[in-house]
Write a protein that binds this ligand. Structure first.
Ligand SMILES: Cc1cc2nc3c(=O)[nH]c(=O)nc-3n(C[C@H](O)[C@H](O)[C@H](O)COP(=O)(O)O)c2cc1C
Ligand code: SF4
Length: 483
């Protein structure tokens, strides 16, 4: 993962933990309205993909155990990992693209209700993503994937040369010579793996995204509702389709790109179809970026506009993330796919303990506060969720006191210790297992391996009933906290 060149080392600190009485009187543990629902506390576990679904996208016993652990901590809300809205193979990622996924999703809702004693509200993050291929071996790229064009033939010096002659010639070139013959996209496909963009409007299925996506999102939302989830988080963040529509890099000329009012059009159309499908009382919000953190990308001025428009449209919550883009991702090894959390924007999304002067704890607070202030100024009370390096009660409480956000997201901290919420509210904060922000979990995510936390995955491995990861070396769930 990319790290700031300053490489200043930071250590998370629990600070002063509250007594049970202080916690009970705190803002963090006070209720908050989210649409027609009330969260019992202002704590939130943002979406985290644990790579535990079946290869065909179903809920597995391991998925249930993962969410059961978070639910036992009784946070205000949990957002279930990014879940695909299409019925297409996408590896061990959850899917909601067909009714056959409903029974598993219902089980998931039941498990969370039971484990949290009905206290935790459960949302599901709905995602669409475009296709990305692994970085190819040059021989396969030139021999098979590259579509031979007139430009390649011209560079070869024979406009009527056969594809096979041009391919053989391209393969014989030194990499720097081949790079001169390829255009920008072809070179990118060779060096990183071919990746579709929302601007590829010469491809029918990309051109027609505005026709198909509202229906796909609304059908998946109907399933989420039928499965019993309390609400939906539309994934408009990071490297995926909807964030790409919002991005300044979206130059589509069909009314869905270019100026900011056109870039927000499809996200608003998606929201409106979803709202039509689930009715006025069901909670629907979105996660989007306070800043894309890439050159030429959308920044917090754009996010202020998006946030205000989403609130105006009637969204029930706004959850702010940052970065996490393909545009500045590291070159993958041959045979691997690019991963959108390996560049500077990836660092901004999941900042780790080596940082710059700003540090890894709360990098998203300032822009989130700006967006929230603009939403309030426009007359909307929509609750705003912030995440990024928050691990202590004092941090969370001071953020709420300063009205920078309304709800605090704890992703990696909740992974390190899913009982954080129960411990802190009960006056047992000193027993919290603090996240180290080393991003061991994120490295597992990158390799699509079952996600665990280094703080608990080797602990008491011989305990009866401990389930292990596929490599047999790690426990899949944290040790149970017995107060
Ligand atoms: C293993 C892992 C998986 C993640 N998966 C998702 C995801 O599915 N959707 C999403 O919006 N963010 C995802 N994130 C980002 C987190 O939700 C969160 O924004 C980020 O980790 C920063 O918050 P934190 O500092 O509290 O961890 C993931 C993070 C981790 C560590
Ligand atoms: S592996 Fe655990 S300690 Fe390390 S960053 Fe992830 S959650 Fe934190």
């Amino acid at each position: 993962m990319w790290r700031p060149p300053e490489r200043i080392k930071y250590t998370a600190s629990g600070g002063t933990w509250p007594s049970a009485a202080e916690a009970a009187a705190s803002r963090l543990f006070s209720p908050v309205r989210v649409g027609k629902l009330q969260l019992a506390q202002r704590t939130w576990v943002p979406a985290m993909v644990p790579w535990r679904a079946s290869e065909d996208g179903f809920v597995t016993p391991e998925v249930l155990e993962w969410y059961e652990c978070f639910a036992r901590g009784r946070p205000g809300a949990i957002v279930v990992e990014a879940t695909g809205i299409r019925d297409v193979p996408s590896g061990p990622l959850l899917r909601a693209g067909h009714d056959r996924f409903l029974p598993g999703l219902r089980d998931l809702v039941r498990v969370v209700r039971e484990a949290s004693g009905g206290q935790t509200k459960l949302f599901i993050q709905l995602i669409d993503f475009l296709s990305i291929r692994r970085r190819p071996v040059p021989s396969r790229y030139f021999g098979q994937f590259l579509a031979i064009t007139a430009q390649h033939r011209a560079a070869f010096g024979d406009p009527s040369a056969s594809d096979s002659d041009v391919r053989t010639w391209l393969l014989s070139l030194a990499p720097e010579e081949a790079a001169k013959v390829l255009d920008e996209r072809e070179l990118d496909a060779l060096e990183f793996g071919a990746r579709e963009r929302v601007t590829d409007t010469h491809l029918d299925h990309i051109r027609d995204l505005p026709i198909h996506l509202p229906g796909l999102f609304s059908a998946a939302s109907r399933r989420a509702c039928e499965a019993g989830f309390d609400g939906i988080e539309l994934h408009f963040a990071h490297a995926y389709t909807m964030a790409s529509f919002l991005s300044r890099s979206n130059t589509r000329a069909d009314g869905y790109g270019g100026v900011i009012a056109d870039r927000v059009k499809l996200p608003l159309e998606v929201y409106s179809r979803v709202r039509q499908e689930v009715g006025p009382d069901y909670v629907v919000g979105c996660r989007f970026l306070a800043d894309e953190c890439i050159d030429g990308g959308s920044n917090s001025d754009d996010a202020v506009y998006f946030g205000t428009e989403f609130a105006r449209a009637g969204m029930d919550f706004l959850s702010l993330s940052r970065g996490g883009k393909f545009d500045d991702a590291k070159q993958p090894k041959v045979g691997d796919a690019a991963y959108p959390y390996t560049g500077r924007s990836g660092y901004e999304c999941m900042p780790s303990y080596y940082s710059d002067a700003a540090g890894p704890f709360g990098r998203n607070l300032e822009p989130t506060a700006r967006i929230r202030a603009a939403v309030r100024e426009a007359g909307f009370a929509t609750p705003v969720v912030v995440a990024g390096g928050i691990h202590s009660f004092e941090q969370a409480e001071s953020c709420l006191a300063a009205e920078r956000a309304d709800i605090i997201g704890f992703a990696r901290q909740a992974l390190a210790d899913p009982d954080w919420f129960r411990k802190v509210v009960g006056g047992c904060g000193s027993q919290v297992r603090l996240c180290l922000y080393t991003n061991y979990c994120e490295a597992l995510d990158q390799r699509h391996r079952q996600v665990t936390c280094e703080l608990w995955d080797r602990e008491a491995l011989d305990e009866p009933g401990v389930k292990k990861s596929a490599d047999g070396k790690r426990r899949l769930t944290p040790p149970v906290w017995r107060p």
